[in-house]
Write a protein that binds this ligand. Structure first.
Ligand SMILES: NC(=O)c1ccc[n+]([C@@H]2O[C@H](COP(=O)([O-])OP(=O)(O)OC[C@H]3O[C@@H](n4cnc5c(N)ncnc54)[C@H](O)[C@@H]3O)[C@@H](O)[C@H]2O)c1
Length: 305
């Protein structure tokens, strides 16, 4: 089991912290002494997670705040709330995500739902939190991707899947976009000499709500083939699934632009997972960052850094 180093005195935001790997990461950070903000779409579910964390770690500092990554105004409300309080932010864990949404759906802002929730919302969140992150001595942004990013491509000519929608392709694209964001943020940190470390993770096949609330290999209800695959493909619990993300967020050996995977896939978490070839394309990373700035209206130039 990965031992999270002492986090006393640190403030952490974990998105999607009411379930799965997010709840586990929040629990482990709180157990290591961090003040953890559970950033959740449904506050009642966040309160339930908070109670569970407090039951495991009485006296832990855990608070619930509403954040809907599928809404830029909700992201703005969330970051404005933290900015008003002005506490430096040590850790941001971009964990939340939706997978294989069966039919093309749009966010409040007109983005394809998986791109919006998994990438554009987290992009706006990350950039808007930069002033608080850069006020901390050694801030980190850890971003959750997925093994599906390995076979993804960014369709710059149809980013929002308006011409053709495939649940799995749109999910994989959003997770590759997460990796490109992580890489470009690491490059920006180097360029600007920020002390910020940006690293990525993928959990490996993990038994969470993501796997049980509808998503399947074909984006519909699990068929016989999927049900069989779920039984035979090795999977793990959220306790293990959260570890690569926790490693990226807290381990002294994690490196800028590092990418960490599960132990059983023989690539980590103490060793970097191989970055998919498409995630090593720095031109694509810079291009996607510019597209995200245009789509969200959020950029580092408009932040007080
Ligand atoms: N479970 C796996 O096998 C697996 C594999 C690869 C990658 N992942 C990634 O791991 C991350 C965590 O997923 P999980 O497996 O714990 O599943 P999960 O469904 O338990 O957790 C996802 C969380 O994201 C939250 N979320 C979804 N949309 C949101 C929104 N618009 N605003 C705020 N929160 C939102 C959900 O409420 C939930 O708390 C995701 O990014 C997912 O893509 C999971």
């Amino acid at each position: 089991m990965y031992q999270v180093p002492d986090q006393r005195g640190k403030v952490a935001v974990v998105t999607g912290a009411n379930s799965g790997t997010g709840k586990e990461a929040a629990k482990r950070l709180a157990g290591a002494g961090a003040h953890v903000v559970l950033a959740v779409r449904t506050p009642a579910k966040g309160e339930q997670a908070r109670n569970e964390i407090l039951a495991a770690h009485p006296g832990a500092r855990v608070e619930v705040r509403r954040l809907d990554l599928a809404s830029l105004s909700s992201v703005r409300e969330f970051t404005d709330g933290l900015a008003t309080e002005g506490k430096p932010l040590d850790l941001l864990l971009n964990n939340a995500g939706v997978m294989n949404v069966p039919r093309r759906t749009e966010t409040d802002d007109g983005f394809e739902l998986q791109l919006g929730s998994n990438f554009l919302g987290p992009f706006a969140l990350t950039v808007q939190l930069l002033p608080l992150l850069l006020a901390a001595p050694a801030p980190r942004v850890a971003t959750m991707s997925s093994g599906t990013a390995n076979r993804a491509r960014i369709s710059f000519d149809d980013l929002q899947s308006t011409r053709a929608y495939s649940p799995t392709r749109a999910y994989a694209q959003s997770k590759l976009a997460d990796l490109l964001m992580m890489i470009h943020l690491a490059d920006l940190a180097a360029q600007h000499a920020w002390p910020l470390l940006s690293a990525g993770a993928h959990p490996g096949y993990t038994r969470t709500n993501l796997m049980t609330s509808g998503p399947t290999l074909n984006g519909g209800r699990p068929g016989r083939l999927e049900s069989l695959l779920y039984k035979i493909v090795p999977s793990q619990g959220p306790e293990q699934g959260a570890e690569p993300l926790l490693y990226a967020a807290t381990d002294p050996a994690a490196t800028p632009g590092g990418y960490y995977g599960p132990r059983w896939s023989m690539v980590g978490p103490t060793k970097a997972a191989p970055l998919p070839r498409s995630a090593r394309d720095k031109t694509a990373a810079a291009r996607l960052w510019t597209v995200a700035e245009r789509l969200t209206g959020v950029s580092i130039q408009t932040q007080r850094l």
